[in-house]
Ligand binder design. Sequence first.
Ligand code: GTP
Length: 598
Amino acid sequence: NRRDRIRNFSIIAHIDHGKSTLADRILEKTSALTSREMQDQMLDAMDLERERGITIKLNAVQLLYKAEDGEEYIFHLIDTPGHVDFAYEVSRSLAACEGALLIVDAAQGIEAQTLANVYLALDNDLEILPVINKIDLPSAEPDRVRKEVEDVIGLPGEDCIPASAKAGIGIDEILEAVVKKVPAPSGDPEAPLKAMIFDSLYDPYRGVIVYIRIMEGTVKPGEKVKMMANGKQFEVQEIGVFTPKPVPKEELTVGDVGYMIASIKNVGDSQVGDTVTHAAKPTAEPMPGYRKLNPMVFCGLYPVDTNNYTDLREALEKLELNDSSLQFEAETSQALGFGFRCGFLGLLHMEIIQERIEREFGIDLITTAPSVIYEVTKTDGEVIEIDNPSEMPDAQQVDHVREPYVKAEVMVPNEYVGPVMELCQRKRGDYLDMKYLDENRVNIVYEIPLSEIVYDFFDALKSNTKGYASFDYELIGYKESNLVKMDILLNGEKVDALSIIVHRDSAYDRGKIIAEKLKNLIPRQQFEVPVQASIGQKIIARSTIKAMRKNVLAKCYGGDISRKRKLLEKQKEGKKRMKSVGNVEVPQEAFMSVLSMD
Ligand code: GTP
């Protein structure tokens, strides 16, 4: 039976523990293509991914493996993104598998994302095969890591496969373990169709390409299928598998992992986690676990040059085709003019989109400080959700405000416990738990407001621990906090794009820091500019940007012409990211500065 020879699995790992390198090794052993050809063709398809060294899009390849028992096995290796912003996608791609290779770096041991990924794999009932990678490193401590796997994850230490993806050690053992330990898929090929979507992407020629795993039933070209989340129907034009080239097939059946093309125009109609079934004979129940992805982080995106507004809209529309978790709507700011309020899954997602707009579409952007969604209960009982601080009602209309909290897990060597706890405390964290992973590594758990994570938590953590900490978080819900809106006034005028929501206890300090920061960031103008921070009508901090003393050019009047040109060029450079707010020129950094603490 063909199905007994199918193995569906992914590789899960903390960043940099060697997932891509191991995937390459597996490809080399199981297909005719070299990893270089393979890479050219697909894995990490987007330039941006490669440059940043992270995987954003999921992919699935079919590989053939001749095992020691003489049988040829069909492997589907499903790639998962490695960042907390994409936890839901990871969980859905794991739901398409029966097993996962868990890579742990032999020198680093278990890290925050190792654990987060293990939880996701366990949620999906996967067989977990632990691999201790990088045993070639002089600093490798496979025995310590083996014990960690046993103590922290609860998998038998003797099951760990020692390996080096780089030196090609242990690869055969890994492939044999996949054959022997990962269960073959089960399901009824005659049952009504149940195919889970674990990724999709937009192709300008073919429309949406949907990545599916068949859980029950069989699908063929020409059939009418239905998306269970929204009931929309499509006719299947083509189905197939990636080898990694797309290879059309006559059918996909139970256990198969492949693609479907069905004249779908909008990735929004092929949501990750949704179930595809036959329109005529639908399955009774969709796959469990589907949820619509809601953005958690919002910011305003404005073109530096107002003439680029339409271009920006087109860029966002194009990006949305391929990214159903990106949200945007038109927004007007008194300070910045016409732009868009955009929603993202997290900070990394936000940075990627901003970078693509600037790089691929050539539009210079002003971005406002990221915000979370606040739930505001007004004194008249009405509850509103705001994702833009400037929309916060006046204090006397606000009864109370709730904000999203995350459970954050930080893993660090002993000696950094102090600095990490200090940081979490400063970020308004509530201590939950602390556990020793071994003699010198600790897992610290805090509940922290998402808004405090959103800005510089990662950076602060890194610098407080010399880069030794690893970090993961998940949203746990909303809690009431004593929050107020702080406005910033330049030259007496409120700048809506600079408003932020802060905790009342830190409002004075924050106001002072921001006023000082803006004073240094905003270049001198022809006139004196007061910078003020206010809560309601009350000014809580103030600084002054002194007037420019001399015209820069006056200095070299009559002087060397090339020097004059250089000066002008320099000024132009500096101007690129300036936005006139009222009659004050404000640089991009100013809009982000309102969130930093120091
Ligand atoms: P992300 O894609 O960022 O999640 O990282 P990854 O887990 O895919 O790690 P990747 O395969 O890119 O490897 C990270 C670094 O570790 C690279 O510099 C690799 O060359 C190196 N590396 C991977 N496997 C080994 C190994 O077995 N031994 C040694 N010494 N280095 C390795």
